[in-house]
Design a protein around this ligand. Structure first.
Ligand SMILES: Cc1ncc(COP(=O)(O)O)c(C=O)c1O
Length: 405
């Protein structure tokens, strides 16, 4: 949905009053690790610790609270695979409104259960969110329920903007805010702070695999891009929303993109160094900082926009990040099929202090010569320098290692 009304800073401060006692004022946590990387103060805005695990409650509550009693009597409907679903479900419950949430059939069970746990009716429809959205629109037309759009509405933007208002209160001398951006509701809301603090730089961060904002800003209007594969499902939105785009075009200094390696490494860094569990979309701001350590004026505040991640996805992302950081190697070595050869390889590896995670010993492949075996090893190293040393040393010892993906 679109609206001609553009929200401003006054709408954000009004939303902040509305959300008092409803949404948490989330912590702004100093990060020594990132401050060292960036060479300036870095503080993390922890919306991963918000109720429902993301900032989405702010916009959903603001939007539903502003419906008339008649509108609320018909209930609300939304479509989402994750964070928006939980935000709408909890906001509706707090406002005594019935919520129906359309989720794709393959939505992660923990997210379905969490949304159900907030009292929403769940409809599992479609193979992806766009099919769930179509079903939600049809439901709204049929029943009179109000469709709660995830980003393209002034009240949603004003609610998300309270993240920016809190940052200004918690850190008045902030200079740069890094915000993960999908449809643009959160970034537009945060960017409204520039009405009162034009000296603060607001930078949007999008996944390189779904980077609709840079071409849209260049064209001067929302442009649709293909949905490439990305672990950052929360910010994988093919086309900017009309209302957020207008604000972002006017107030946001820059939208940068980050790759999958950077997001997975940011997620691991936040776990290991800051003790914070963040989902890939929520780590995009930190990924931008790791990619461009000297590019932003401090104090810098990356918004950790969400922390909802499936344990299985977390496993995959950690594996990807460790590989990208050179801490996780898969090596193939051909050995002569003789007693003691495998032992010699493992002894050599242990002398290099690597941790062997997995060994696959294959003597049946037709690709092997007679009397030859292939050993595929997964090993953990201490980092890129150590990984390079291991490969060089194996080569010197005559093992001729080959890296595989
Ligand atoms: C964790 C997370 N970060 C960022 C976003 C992007 O928000 P917006 O679509 O308002 O740009 C989302 C949206 O779902 C999200 O779930």
């Amino acid at each position: 949905m679109t609206s001609v009304r553009t929200p401003g800073w006054a709408d954000v401060t009004a939303a902040a009053q509305l959300l008092d006692g409803i949404a948490e004022v989330t912590p702004l946590a100093h990060s020594r690790w990132l401050s060292e990387v960036a060479g300036t103060e870095v503080l993390l805005k922890c919306e991963n610790l918000q109720r429902t695990g993301s900032f989405k409650l702010r916009g959903a509550y603001t939007r539903i609270a502003r419906l008339t009693a008649d509108e609320r009597a018909n209930g609300v409907v939304a479509a989402s695979a994750g964070n928006h679903a939980q935000g709408v479900a909890l906001a509706a419950r707090q406002l005594d409104t019935r919520a129906t949430i359309f989720m794709p059939e393959g939505a992660a069970l923990p997210k379905v259960q969490a949304t159900q746990g907030y009292g929403a009716d769940i409809e599992l429809v479609g193979v992806d969110v766009s099919e769930s959205i179509a079903a939600a629109v049809e439901f709204a037309e049929r029943t009179g329920a109000v469709l709660i759009h995830p980003f393209d509405h002034p009240d949603v933007i004003a609610g998300q903007g309270t993240v920016g208002a809190e940052i200004l209160t918690q850190l008045p001398d902030v200079r740069t805010v890094l915000v993960p951006i999908g449809g643009g509701g959160l970034t537009a809301g945060v960017a409204l702070l520039r009405e009162v603090r034009p000296d603060v730089r607001v930078v949007g961060v999008q996944a390189a695999a779904v980077d609709a904002y840079p071409p849209s800003l260049a064209a001067g209007h929302p442009v649709r891009v293909d949905l490439g594969p990305t672990m950052a499902d929360g910010i994988a939105v093919a086309e900017p929303g009309t209302v957020p785009f207008g604000i972002i075009h006017e107030l946001v200094d820059e939208v940068v993109t980050v790759g999958e390696d950077a997001m997975s490494q940011a997620l691991i860094g936040l776990l290991e160094r800051a003790k914070l569990l963040v989902e890939p979309s929520g780590a995009a701001g930190v990924a931008a900082l790791l990619d461009r350590p000297g590019a932003f004026e401090g104090p810098i505040v990356p918004v950790l926009s969400g922390g909802n991640i499936d344990a299985l996805v977390l496993l995959e992302v950690i594996r990807h990040g460790l590989k990208a950081a050179g801490r996780f190697l898969t090596i193939r070595v051909h050995l002569t099929d003789r007693p003691g050869e495998l032992m010699r390889l493992l002894t050599d590896l242990s002398s290099m202090q690597v941790n062997i995670l997995n060994v696959l010993h294959d003597r049946a492949s037709t690709a092997l010569g007679v009397g030859e075996v292939e050993v595929a090893l997964q090993v953990a190293t201490r980092g890129p320098d150590h990984a390079e040393h291991v490969l060089r040393r194996l080569d010197q010892l005559g093992h001729a290692p080959r890296l595989s993906s």
